[in-house]
Design a protein around this ligand. Structure first.
Ligand SMILES: Cc1ncc(COP(=O)(O)O)c(C=O)c1O
Length: 373
């Protein structure tokens, strides 16, 4: 019997599906001789701003840079606290540490795995400057509630949207009730380039121009500098992203259809399935199930050719050496974060995944589940 392999990513297939258009876009950049700060970057920034219905988008080197350059541009630094979640990719908190500020971790809502908005207020001190909700796994955090607390306490809000470009809340869009939106274009993301890339979107043109300047050696125009950094979205990446952005909503719909198939197929098993909030457009960057026997299930699936991953099995505050001599604070307990970290398993989820392959995964999980009873 030949083992059917089901991988975790579909981006090579995605390239094949768009090959003619992507190759033409790359060729155009190569022939232009302009590789940074050129027309493709400008065009993509405009397209992204239109897509998000926001005033400006600034292309940078990575999602991490989008976050920390935003903090820097907002004047967040040493002595300031930033409220966020420990149940996220490391970069969310790393960006806070990079600018010298102190992350303050609050627990998640165990249903969505996103920051619990009801716990934010208790974490606020006179030093709090901002809240950074993460739209984990492709579902928006509860931004209305977070924005309400932020407004009452005059705090900034930066959305970490690395995993959720294309998602929506029930009665809010990404960027509608915050100060800025940071996103990542590393290939694993729903909109991915061929290397590192990121962007910061905002409705504040002044903030956008500060970030643009910071990301270009503090240079508003040629030969004029103040201290900044080198963080720009390359032309090659911008050209590819322009091609792919047109597909993003269709890809989101395909992910949602696969999620529905998993939901249906795994109903009645011992696994905890993802919760999509009513009215939210969850775009399933990841389809994450939970089980106390996560490692056993992962090994079982791997033996049957199904690759799964864990996002994130070690919460930030659980990392070895935390907090590396820097400031950090935990508000209340992080018991839901820790429980989730010990149980999460991400199933294959990408637009190029066939319904047939998803079915193979479902059946393997059902067989495992039955064998455990
Ligand atoms: C939630 C989250 N925040 C930030 C980042 C950082 O993005 P990048 O890898 O582009 O620096 C990522 C992804 O890598 C992420 O998943």
């Amino acid at each position: 019997m030949t083992l059917r392999k089901i991988g975790f990513y579909g981006h090579v297939q995605q390239y094949h599906n768009l090959k003619a258009e992507i190759d033409a876009a790359l060729q155009e950049v190569l022939e232009s001789g302009t590789f940074v700060l050129g027309p493709k970057g400008k065009q993509f920034e405009r397209e992204l701003a239109v897509y998000l219905n926001m005033k400006e988008a600034v292309g940078v080197n990575s999602g991490t840079d989008a976050l920390w350059l935003a903090f820097l541009a907002m004047g967040i630094g040493p002595g300031d606290e930033v409220i966020t979640t420990s149940n996220t990719f490391f970069a969310t908190a790393e960006a806070i540490w990079i600018v010298g500020a102190t992350p303050v971790f609050v627990d998640i809502d165990p249903a969505t795995c996103n920051l619990d908005p009801n716990l934010v207020e208790a974490a606020i001190t006179p030093r709090t400057k901002a809240i950074v909700p993460v739209h984990l796994y492709g579902q928006c955090a509860q931004m209305r509630e977070i924005a309400r607390v932020a407004k009452a306490h005059k705090l900034l809000v930066v959305e970490d949207c690395a995993q959720a470009l294309g998602a929506r809340g029930d009665d809010f869009a990404i960027g509608e009730v915050s100060d800025a939106v940071a996103t990542s274009f590393i290939i694993q993301k729903n909109l991915g380039c061929f290397g590192d890339g990121g962007a910061l979107a905002t409705n504040d043109p002044e903030l956008a121009s500060r970030i643009r300047k910071l990301g270009n050696h503090g240079s508003p125009k040629r030969s004029h500098h103040s201290i900044g950094y080198n963080s720009r979205l390359d032309e090659i990446h911008a050209a590819v992203l322009s091609v792919k952005l047109k597909q993003l909503d269709r890809w989101g719909d395909q992910r949602r259809a696969l999620a529905e198939q998993y939901d249906e197929g795994l109903k009645g098993t011992s696994l905890t399935l993802p919760t999509a909030l009513p009215g939210y457009r969850h775009i399933y960057h990841l389809y994450v199930v939970e089980t106390p026997e996560r490692d056993a299930l992962q090994a079982y699936l791997q033996e049957r050719g199904v690759t799964t991953l864990t996002h994130y099995p070690i919460a930030i505050h659980q990392q070895e050496g935390y907090p590396w001599g820097r400031g950090a604070r935990i508000s209340g307990s992080l018991k839901h974060t820790e429980k989730s970290a010990a149980q999460v398993l991400s199933l294959p989820m990408y637009p190029e995944l066939t319904a047939e392959a998803a079915q193979v995964t479902i059946e393997a999980i059902r067989a495992w589940d039955k064998s455990r009873r």
